[in-house]
Design a protein around this ligand. Structure first.
Ligand SMILES: Nc1ncnc2c1ncn2[C@@H]1O[C@H](COP(=O)(O)OP(=O)(O)OP(=O)(O)O)[C@@H](O)[C@H]1O
Length: 601
């Protein structure tokens, strides 16, 4: 796997890499027939267009000079035919190359999406979602542009260039060499200026992405911005980056406006040389006017392919950077996978045990769980308590097998979770997080998320059990109400109830719940508590608990501290012991009393 730094600014260009190129060509293979057809069409078009200046020479020398109308007619008809065929060829090229390009992009995006969903949590840790998204959209587009434009342009322009040089040399090699005298100058100027122009455009794009980033943050954080009245300061900050972008753009345009007239001027010098020498030869009757006109026409065509090819070169380099980022994803194997001889986990009772489990999030990071052991019997309610960062979520992450333990064993019904298939394991587990993720779609689609095949009655019954029915009754289209992204139309409490319903329908044997800390009104709170009781009924439950009431009712309390289980037992046992848990409860009670007395004042 390549070591791409996700935290750094995305690099726009990378040196040419044959390995990536080969892999990219792999995506063309299914379309090789159609692509070969397009290449043939492009070559025919190019050869025909190369004949145009010669035709012009024929018109001038045979038609106009001799007053031969037959030659003029032949010229007109042939040129028309060339243009018609050229139009047809262009149409075929544009259509098929775009179709093929889109199909290749489709394949690549589909493959990336498919692969991304299989990747383990570790891959997503520390990789901002925005950057992963940009890989799937922008980077695939860069590859698409290379295929769409670059590939065919290369074939077309290389043929064009070789054709022009060959024809010029064939027409008059001395004159041809003479007209090339300005080439080193051109190479020098363009060679020196091009990197600067590219650099200026890169800066312009980078400052543009800073503008986008700032805009995004402002829109996301608009509530906080307005609450703190930070508009003025934000305006000033935006002004700075906006000015930076304007300057970068102006610099790029200024440089470009300097170079291209210069390129034209150099081209003009070549033309002048040809006219100068050519004219004397015409006067000496060695060359004809038509010849000189055709020669100059070819010379003018010379710069087009050069400029197009240098653009393709930058396109290739930026596609290399994109290819590196895309293949970094595709070449990353999921870490948590089914073992070779993994079996389906049979329907479980719900016993859970951790046997000397240690875990670290990355090989170069310290252990966050040390030698954790506990046993939970089926149907027990377990409260995980402890200070923030102690390792509570990590324990449930291992139970769900979002990560694999570094040492020790996690067992369900005495079966090691690493010995069973991920699907069969997770099918029997349910998880409700604090901020329940709601997908865009209807309430019904969200409820059925874990169980597509349930009947309408089962769905409604589940919704009633978790008191979601009252929420649904107040919505305009009931269960068919469309939810916006992340369920933004629903309140926090309503989202919780929906998440409960979703898990209840999937009927897991083991339930993991991160108790919400955000406060909701008393009535919703009561609904949530009632719904929770229904949800927990008879299942083994691990609750990352924040409320004293939930903790008290747990059969087993695991006190997690610095990645270790420092105490375990029931509420009464732990209170009698007078250790960390007893202190924790006392502190919470004191806090609650303080809050109550404040409220009464
Ligand atoms: N994805 C991750 N990558 C690296 N380190 C992590 C990751 N997730 C958690 N950690 C670290 O592991 C330790 C335990 O974190 P964990 O989330 O399990 O704590 P927690 O007890 O659930 O905390 P909280 O109550 O605040 O949610 C912390 O030091 C945390 O910084």
């Amino acid at each position: 796997m390549s070591q791409v730094e996700w935290d750094e600014e995305e690099i726009e260009e990378k040196p040419f890499n044959m390995g990536y190129m080969r892999k990219l060509f792999g995506y063309l293979t299914p379309y090789r027939k159609i692509l070969s057809f397009v290449v043939v069409v492009v070559l025919i078009n190019m050869l025909l267009s190369l004949a145009e200046p010669l035709l012009l020479a024929y018109l001038i020398d045979n038609g106009i000079k001799n007053g031969d109308f037959k030659a003029i007619h032949i010229f007109g008809i042939t040129l028309l035919a060339i243009k018609l065929i050229g139009w047809g060829c262009d149409w075929i090229r544009t259509k098929y190359i775009n179709f093929t390009g889109q199909r290749i992009l489709f394949d690549l995006r589909q493959q990336l999406f498919d692969h991304l969903q299989k990747l383990s949590f570790r891959f997503f840790d520390g990789r901002p979602a925005g950057k992963i998204m940009s890989r799937i959209t922008n980077d695939t587009n860069a590859i698409g542009e290379l295929i769409n434009g670059g590939l065919i342009t290369t074939v077309m322009e290389v043929t064009h260039l070789v054709g022009i040089i060959a024809i010029l040399l064939w027409m008059d090699w001395q004159l041809a060499l003479l007209s090339f005298v300005t080439m080193p100058l051109l190479y020098f100027v363009v060679g020196r200026m091009r990197p600067r122009i590219e650099g200026a455009w890169t800066r312009s794009r980078q400052t543009m992405s800073a503008i986008n980033g700032n805009l995004n943050e402002t829109i996301q954080g608009i509530r906080v911005i307005q609450a703190f009245s930070r508009q003025q300061q934000n305006n000033e900050k935006f002004d700075v980056i906006n000015t930076r972008n304007k300057k970068a753009f102006m610099r790029a345009v200024t440089l470009e406006s300097m170079v291209y007239p210069f390129v034209e001027m150099i081209g003009m010098i070549g033309t002048c040389v040809v006219i100068w020498f050519g004219a004397t030869r015409v006067m000496d009757d060695v060359l004809t006017v038509g010849f000189i006109m055709a020669f100059i026409n070819y010379l003018w065509r010379f710069w087009g392919p050069l400029s197009a090819l240098s653009k393709v070169y930058s396109q290739v380099l930026s596609a290399m950077a994109s290819a590196e980022r895309i293949f970094e994803i595709l070449d990353t194997d999921p870490e948590v996978t089914n073992a070779e001889n993994a079996k389906r986990l049979p329907a479980v009772r719900g016993d859970v045990s951790f046997e000397n489990v240690s875990f670290r999030y990355a090989p170069d990071k310290p252990d966050v769980l040390h030698d954790v052991s506990f046993n939970v019997r089926a149907g027990q309610r377990v409260a995980l308590v402890g200070p923030t960062g102690a390792g509570k979520s990590t324990i449930v992450n291992l139970l769900m097998r979002f990560y694999d333990s570094t040492d020790g064993k996690v067992k369900i019904d005495d079966i090691d979770v690493k010995d069973v298939t991920l699907e069969s394991l997770r099918q029997q587990m349910g998880i409700v997080l604090q901020d329940s993720f709601i997908f865009s779609g209807t309430i019904e689609q969200n409820l059925r998320y874990g169980n597509d095949h349930c009947t309408e009655e089962q769905m409604i019954q589940a919704a009633e059990s978790v008191r979601l029915d009252r929420v649904v009754a107040g919505l305009p289209n009931g269960y068919d109400t469309e939810l916006e992204e992340r369920g933004s139309k629903l309140s926090v409490g309503q989202r919780q109830l929906l998440a409960f319903g979703r898990v209840l329908l999937s009927d897991p044997r083991i339930l993991i719940l991160d108790e919400a800390t955000s406060s909701v009104d008393t009535e919703t709170e009561q609904h949530i508590q009632e719904a929770l009781e229904t949800l927990l009924g008879g299942r083994t439950a691990f609750i990352i608990a924040h409320r004293l009431s939930t903790i008290r009712e747990a059969d087993v309390i695991l006190v997690v501290q610095d990645g270790r289980i420092s105490e375990q037992g029931s509420h009464d046992e732990l209170m009698q012991r007078g250790g960390t848990y007893a202190n924790l409860v006392q502190t919470q009670q004191q806090m609650q009393e303080a809050v109550m007395s404040q409220a009464l004042l």
